[in-house]
Design a protein around this ligand. Structure first.
Ligand code: GDP
Ligand code: MN
Length: 395
């Protein structure tokens, strides 16, 4: 689960990480009030930032500077209600419902700092670079030597020498290295105590010169482990369902593991590994999957129906491939679920069903007997994928 920048910064504050002063606003009037309060506190410049769950806002016109508090409501009015398109939103963009109004920070250097999980080492990775502010993916591709990584063993925790190594890689002076150690310690505690999966500070800025320079998190992207939200009520409460893919939101509500993709072959599979193999097979057969959907081990009639509904809500879907291995579930029960759901919902696109495992033969008999138009059964995964890809092409 992702959260907004203003929520992320409030969490950072709780963990002692320095962030610019500011407040969220959902009208130009509220934005003006925030700017006036910041001006009374001594701010002379301001920044107005679109709050959406996607990065690259600066490039899309979603981050604007204002040189006086009087300008802030006009800029906020421009950004609020706009459909912001960035390299991360897709062509449809995202509607901006809120802006974060902050006191502008004078920037001397823009750095990059991130904490994430590193499955390979069964630990955490801290990634830092002097090349902050821009696309870190591009930096990694063009100048990989500018990316510095420290792996942290969760049993040992973050060690002081690791902080010092990263501070040196970031070319920080003695005073800033101490600030950096405190800041990184706060981020590390936040990561562990709140079950985060990603903390990305881009840019982490150095503001001011010499020993007086301060390190601040100017931007913050935080992601959390969905499977830990049950024990993180404070984090779970930050969910903004309006920012989520509506297909994935419905899937979550009905307890199905679903990820929306861009293709046209809808997939219903039991088991995540089999679902991944199915996506690969569709691609290998020249097709393109519309979704990942793991209907789980207990794919009864009701779940099959929910799964159908989800797949069909995607208007791109031209054919559906159902791939079930009967291990925990029996294929004849699945077949009953499929025929009942298809009859009730009127599927309307070609359906290819591949059943293997427990009671597969009986399952296929049930499908054949149902005489549903557009339904074909297949024995192997390759056959099934070929049929579904051809059906999606309309041949
Ligand atoms: P993103 O484009 O979605 O990653 O949004 P950011 O929060 O990273 O802002 C984009 C860019 O706007 C930053 O890299 C900065 O260069 C600039 N920016 C944001 N806030 C300030 C600020 O307070 N002062 C100055 N000078 N620039 C800012
Ligand atoms: Mn950024």
């Amino acid at each position: 689960m992702n959260i907004h920048e203003f929520q992320a910064k409030s969490l950072l504050r709780q963990f002692g990480v320095a962030v610019p002063q500011g407040e969220v606003a959902n009208t130009p009037q509220a934005a003006a009030a925030v700017a006036e309060a910041l001006a009374r506190g001594g701010a002379s410049g301001f920044v107005v930032k679109a709050q959406i769950h996607a990065g690259g806002r600066g490039k899309g016109g979603g981050v604007k500077l204002a040189s006086s508090a009087a300008e802030v409501p006009r800029i906020a009015a421009e950004i609020l209600g706009m459909t912001l398109v960035t390299p991360q939103t897709g062509p449809g963009g995202r509607l901006v419902r809120r802006v974060l109004v902050e006191a502008a920070t004078p920037i001397d250097r823009e750095l990059y700092l991130a904490l994430t999980l590193d499955r390979g080492s069964e630990g955490f990775a801290i990634i830092a670079s002097t090349e902050g502010g821009m696309d870190i993916e591009e930096v990694a591709a063009r100048t990989p030597q500018a990316i510095h990584t420290q792996l942290v063993d969760p049993n040992l925790g973050l060690r002081p020498y690791q902080s010092r190594k990263l501070a040196r890689a970031l070319q920080l002076g003695a005073e800033q290295s101490q600030q950096f150690a405190a800041l990184l310690g706060g981020l590390y505690r936040l990561f562990v105590e709140r079950d985060a999966s990603l903390i990305e500070i881009n840019p982490l800025v150095l503001s001011g010169n010499g020993a007086n320079a301060a390190l601040l998190a100017l931007d913050a992207k935080l992601g959390f482990d969905d499977n830990a939200l049950f024990r993180q009520p404070q984090i779970a409460a930050l969910r903004d369902a309006e920012e989520e893919d509506p297909r994935e939101r419905r899937a979550r509500e009905s307890g199905l593991a679903y990820v929306g993709l861009d293709g046209n072959v809808g997939c219903m599979v039991n088991g995540a590994g089999l679902a991944m193999a199915t996506l690969d097979m569709i691609t290998a057969c020249g097709g393109s999957p519309a979704n990942f959907l793991d209907a789980g081990g207990t794919a009864d009639r009701e779940r099959v129906k929910q799964a159908f509904k989800l797949i069909l809500q995607d208007e791109q879907v031209r054919a559906i491939l159902i791939n079930i291995f009967g291990g925990i579930v029996r294929c004849d029960l699945i077949a009953e679920g499929v025929t009942a759901a298809a009859a009730e919902l009127g599927v309307g696109v070609p359906l290819v069903v591949r059943l293997q495992g427990a009671e597969a033969r009986r399952g296929r008999e049930i499908l054949d007997r149902a005489g549903l138009p557009g339904l074909r059964s297949a024995e192997t995964l390759r056959q099934a994928a070929e049929l579904a890809v051809a059906a999606a092409r309309g041949s």
